[in-house]
Design a protein around this ligand. Structure first.
Ligand SMILES: [Fe+2]
Ligand SMILES: [Fe+2]
Length: 425
């Protein structure tokens, strides 16, 4: 019997064929860009992940090919973002080996999409083959919603006239997470953290002669990211000084917060210079403002000051001080060692300021403040993973690996926890 299948118009339609082709090309482009140290390297973060999936596949007329869908998949590609925390685009290649009941199927293709933070929506097209009843060449087209490590998908295959729904979990290899940036004190907005200031290189990148160009590009990017964080810390400390003054905190705390803002401005310049050493051209840092949220009043202000002092200062800057001090021992040049030692000492002083602000808010606000901080005992300061290439010799250029950062963070937390217990009384 001859009949027009519902998907024929899709296959015959040039626009639809174009869309399918473009999605497949996205996978190839993702792989290609991963291997290329792009000029706009600071916009591009390579990533890779592997995972498992489970779902249900249906559509065969006699039900012989219906059943439980299960298998494994791997992804590799790049993420493009103008700033951390801003919207991002992702393009990657994907490979999937799965079964429907016990009949295998193998697919390769691409995904392209976009998202915010850890939430991504991606279109997915793959080509492959399915063995067993109602098998043959297949081309599932789908959409996948990824939230952190979990995903859910729906796919329709116009060649085999089958559909599938399901979900999965994926893991990113730890090596992909090498290179935690040392954060400055984060700048808060009404909700969460304010976007980081823009950073722009003023001229074409020219790596130094004595450093491998790929490594130089990564180092230039890493230092530029640090400059962004440090620069955002300037308004963060001005915001802190203003908030302290509004709740009539001791003048010495207000003064020390203003001095910390000046320290952070020096850190921003020093780290931007380090980026210039590897990138060969200076950076500009975009405008920042301390007016990213309204100051709080009364007890609310004390609770907020206490909570942020604990998380951003005692833990965040305390950890940054330890990490930068360690990095200063690895730094290849005397100038870099001196710069990192200065930053380490400053960060340690900022952490001490946070402990003093915390102690004052507890004394001024009593149990309300105690409970607010106690609830955040296990909170973690924000850290950014840069997705630096674990295969590069970053350590000999003064950057710690992710496990080293994690080790320093847990040692610091242990010390901070007992000190917090003493402060809370
Ligand atoms: Fe800093
Ligand atoms: Fe700091």
């Amino acid at each position: 019997m001859s009949h027009t299948r519902w998907y024929d118009p899709i296959l015959e339609h040039p626009v639809a064929r174009g869309v399918a082709g473009s999605l497949a090309a996205a996978g190839a482009a993702g792989l290609l860009m991963t291997a290329t140290p792009a000029e706009a390297q600071d916009l591009v973060t390579p990533y890779g992940a592997g995972g498992v999936l489970i779902g249900y596949q249906w559509g065969a007329e006699d039900n012989a090919g219906n059943g439980l869908l299960w298998g494994v998949e791997g992804r590799g590609g790049v993420m493009l973002a103008d700033q951390f925390g801003g919207p991002a685009m992702a393009a990657n290649a994907v490979g999937r080996f799965s079964f429907v009941n016990l009949d295998p199927q193998l697919h390769f293709g691409g995904q392209i999409g976009g998202g915010f933070g850890m939430v991504f929506g991606v279109f997915d097209v793959t080509l492959g083959h399915r063995w067993g009843p109602h098998g043959g060449f297949s081309m599932p087209l789908g959409f996948e919603l990824q939230v952190h490590a979990a995903s859910t998908f729906v796919r329709l295959d116009p060649l085999l006239w089958q559909g599938a729904v399901g979900g999965g979990v994926s893991w990113m290899p730890r090596e992909m997470l090498v290179g935690f940036a040392v954060p400055g004190r984060p700048l808060h907005a009404e909700e969460g953290h304010a976007a980081l200031p823009a950073v722009t290189r003023l001229d074409e990148e020219r790596p130094p002669d004595d450093v491998d160009p790929e490594l130089a590009a990564v180092l230039a990017t890493e230092w530029a990211h640090r400059a962004q964080g440090e620069w955002a810390s300037v308004p963060a400390f001005l915001q802190l000084a203003d908030q302290l003054a509004r709740v009539a905190a001791p003048a010495s705390l207000v003064r020390r917060a203003r001095e910390a803002a000046a320290d952070e401005a020096r850190h921003a310049i020093a780290t931007a210079r380090a980026s210039m050493v590897y990138g060969g051209a200076p950076l500009t840092l975009g405008a920042v403002s301390p007016h990213t949220r309204r100051p709080a009043e009364g007890l609310d202000a004390l609770r907020r000051l206490a909570a942020e002092s604990w998380v951003d200062g005692c833990l965040g800057e305390g950890k940054a001080a330890a990490a930068v001090a360690r990095e200063s021992q690895l730094a290849p040049h005397a100038a870099q060692r001196a710069m990192q030692l200065t930053i380490a000492r400053d960060e340690a002083r900022h952490a001490e300021l946070a402990w003093d602000v915390l102690a004052w808010t507890v004394a001024a606000g009593g149990d309300d403040v105690r409970h607010a901080v106690d609830a955040l005992r296990d909170a973690s300061p924000s850290e950014r993973t840069s997705g630096l290439d674990g295969g590069l010799d970053l350590r000999s250029h003064g950057l710690l690996s992710e496990p080293e950062h994690a080790g320093l963070a847990s040692a610091l937390r242990e010390r901070a926890a007992s000190r917090l217990a003493a402060v809370l009384g």
